[in-house]
Design a protein around this ligand. Structure first.
Ligand code: PMP
Ligand code: GLN
Length: 380
């Protein structure tokens, strides 16, 4: 394995999903729904296959999807993008982020990201030969400390990588935090990637796109994905929206990562984005109910979850149950009670007190969450 990738073994999601399969446990580790997305969207994918949309789509994505993405950003977020030059369809948000980091960073550049950090970021930054500079979000509210962010900026800082709603904390950044981030980005002339894959999965608070803050439209790459919005995580249709020079740069890299992907799913996502809002809000409301159900179950097990405003995830501190290492806890959880979770420590460069934090996914059917809650209750 090349030196730059040596710090990366199997992703925690693969390890924990394999553990769940091997032990027959309820898998609240890797974040994926256990029901399929809206029937209209699934039907559109079947139809696209029947209609013969099975060969390479255009490099930037089918025009119909790029138009649907631009229309969606304008209608739901008040952002304007030209579908011809300012929208790129990618193999999930993962590829959008990797292609952007590879396209925009020189070796030795610094990329500032909020920590805990979604696991693919560190690997993307390492692939680019750049350096991850973490800025910690501290419990209990996991807010952005703007002084800390300012102090992390150096002459080598090239990019800020912001994620809201935030995985794994469930935090939704507020107007004041985003305005502060925007001021710093403008003052230091930084580019910003915003990972907004959970933009529609907000249960309290409001998702605000960073690109709409003053001076940000020209320097922000807005990334989102259909996986979470339509509960189809395996389709891997994501996108990046940004000014034409940035999209051209990202496209140059993306061409040689995957070239293109998911032709029939691109058609289906274009259909999905045009459906009434209720299609997405129903998914969100079901998830909110799931969050509340699992939160009650965790409380009954003696684990008070941190506040979660969005995403698929609740975080608890298992130190309350006498475990000081969340990885150890997660590896034992199947034998203790037949449930699988993810240790949040893997999202930190140096977890410190977060070593005992554990993330539970609630994107599951109510019956599954109730069964998990019953099993967890035996822990206390
Ligand atoms: N960013 C975050 C914060 C995520 O949680 C995920 C995955 N669930 C992704 C990116 C990857 O999204 P995709 O599956 O569209 O690549
Ligand atoms: N984003 C999902 C999570 O955080 C997992 C995606 C993956 O397995 N790479 O659980």
């Amino acid at each position: 394995l090349a030196e730059r990738m040596r710090a990366f073994g199997t992703t925690i999601f693969a390890e924990m999903s394999a553990l769940a399969t091997r032990t027959g446990s309820i898998n609240l580790g890797q974040g994926f729904p256990d029901t399929d997305g809206p029937e209209e969207v699934l039907a559109a994918a079947r139809q696209a296959i029947s209609d013969g949309h099975n060969q390479y789509p255009p490099g930037r994505g089918i025009p119909e999807l790029r138009q649907a993405i631009a229309a969606d950003r304008e209608r739901r977020r008040g952002q304007r993008f030209d579908p011809e030059t300012e929208v790129l369809v990618t193999a999930g948000a993962t590829e959008a982020i990797t292609a952007a980091v590879l396209a925009l960073c020189e070796a030795g550049d610094e990329v500032i990201a909020l920590e805990p950090t979604y696991d693919s970021y560190a690997a993307s930054i390492a692939l680019a030969g750049a350096r991850l500079v973490p800025v910690r979000l501290e419990p209990p509210d996991f807010g952005v400390d703007l002084d800390r962010l300012a102090a992390a900026i150096t002459p080598r800082t090239r990019l800020l990588l912001i994620n809201t709603p935030h995985n794994p904390t469930g935090r939704v950044l507020d107007e004041q935090e985003l305005a502060g981030i925007a001021r710093l980005a403008v003052a230091h002339d930084l580019l910003v990637i915003t990972d907004e894959v959970y933009e529609h999965l907000v249960y309290d608070g409001e998702h605000l796109p960073l690109a709409r803050f003053p001076g940000m439209a020209e320097r922000t790459i807005t990334v989102s994905s259909a996986g979470k919005t339509f509960a189809v995580t395996g389709w891997k249709i994501g996108w990046a929206c940004a000014r034409p020079e940035l999209i051209t740069a990202i496209t140059t890299t993306k061409q040689f990562l995957t070239y293109v992907n998911g032709a029939p799913f691109q058609w289906a996502v274009a259909t999905g984005l045009g459906l009434p809002d209720s299609v997405i809000t129903t998914i969100r409301d079901d998830l909110r109910a799931g969050r509340d159900l699992l939160a009650d179950g965790l409380r009954a097990a003696g684990l008070e979850p941190f506040r979660c405003q969005g995403t698929y995830f609740l975080t608890v501190d298992v130190a309350r149950l006498g475990f000081d290492d969340g990885l150890d806890f997660c590896r034992r959880l199947p034998e203790l009670c037949g449930v699988v979770a993810v240790p949040s420590r893997v999202f930190y460069t140096d977890p410190g007190p977060a070593a005992s934090f554990v993330r539970f996914a609630f994107c599951k059917r109510p019956a599954v969450l109730s069964a998990a809650a019953e099993r967890l209750a035996t822990l206390s």
